[in-house]
Design a protein around this ligand. Structure first.
Ligand code: GAR
Length: 203
């Protein structure tokens, strides 16, 4: 049984997609053992609690010192004894110690077709604003392994989504979530849990 820790910052719709996929069996051989948020008020924490999953906030408010925050985050992940760490809308740049320790075992969902509209400062609605500003006709989402760069790790799965003339960033964000993110993130986790997508061991 694959033990998963999910890191979140906001609404947690991707977390919910994982919870639902496990409940309905489209993800098998996996369980979420812990949800960790860097925002105390994140609705994702409520989703975790409603599903009976341990939920913990590790915040900069509680750990104003960056090194102290990084150590607390690493400790929270370590205590979960997770095989896989899923960044599901986690808007924190991971510290190198965490990336090295969990190398090959951290995946991230990004709301564009990497290498478009990714990298430092490109997250959430900003990604869709940039896609509309550039006038692309196709966008999508990417699940990738996390390495020491920002959105630079090996790509595992992508799904394309059409942009429509009347799209606002919000409308496009919703379509990318519904048609791509909430499908490929659970699909990748099921692939990992059932040995079709290999994980690597970190340090
Ligand atoms: C999702 O669209 C996710 O792809 C994005 O944040 C949103 C979180 O939504 N992540 C990034 O932009 C990471 N660079 P959610 O909390 O409802 O899952």
């Amino acid at each position: 049984m694959l033990r998963i820790a999910v890191c979140v910052s906001g609404g947690g719709t991707n977390l919910q997609a994982i919870i639902d996929a496990i409940a309905e069996g489209s993800i098998s051989n996996a369980q979420i053992v812990k949800v960790i948020s860097n925002k105390a008020g994140a609705y994702a924490l409520e989703r975790a609690k409603a599903a009976g999953i341990e939920a913990e906030a590790v915040t900069r408010a509680d750990h104003p010192d960056k090194a102290d925050f990084n150590a607390a985050l690493l400790k929270a992940v370590d205590l979960a004894e997770a095989d896989l760490v899923v960044l599901a809308g986690f808007l924190v740049v991971l510290d190198k110690a965490m990336i090295r320790k969990y190398s090959g075992r951290i995946i991230n969902i990004h709301p564009s077709l990497i290498p478009s509209f990714c990298g430092a400062g490109m997250y959430g609605l900003k990604v869709h604003e940039a896609a509309l500003a550039r006038g692309v006709k196709v966008t999508g989402a990417t699940v990738h392994f996390v390495d020491e760069g920002t959105d630079t790790g090996p790509i595992i799965m992508q799904k394309a989504v059409y942009v429509e003339e009347s799209d606002t960033p919000e409308v496009l964000q919703k379509r990318v979530m519904e048609q791509a993110e909430w499908k490929i993130l659970p699909a990748v986790i099921d692939g990992i849990a059932n040995g079709r997508i290999p994980l690597q061991r970190g340090e």
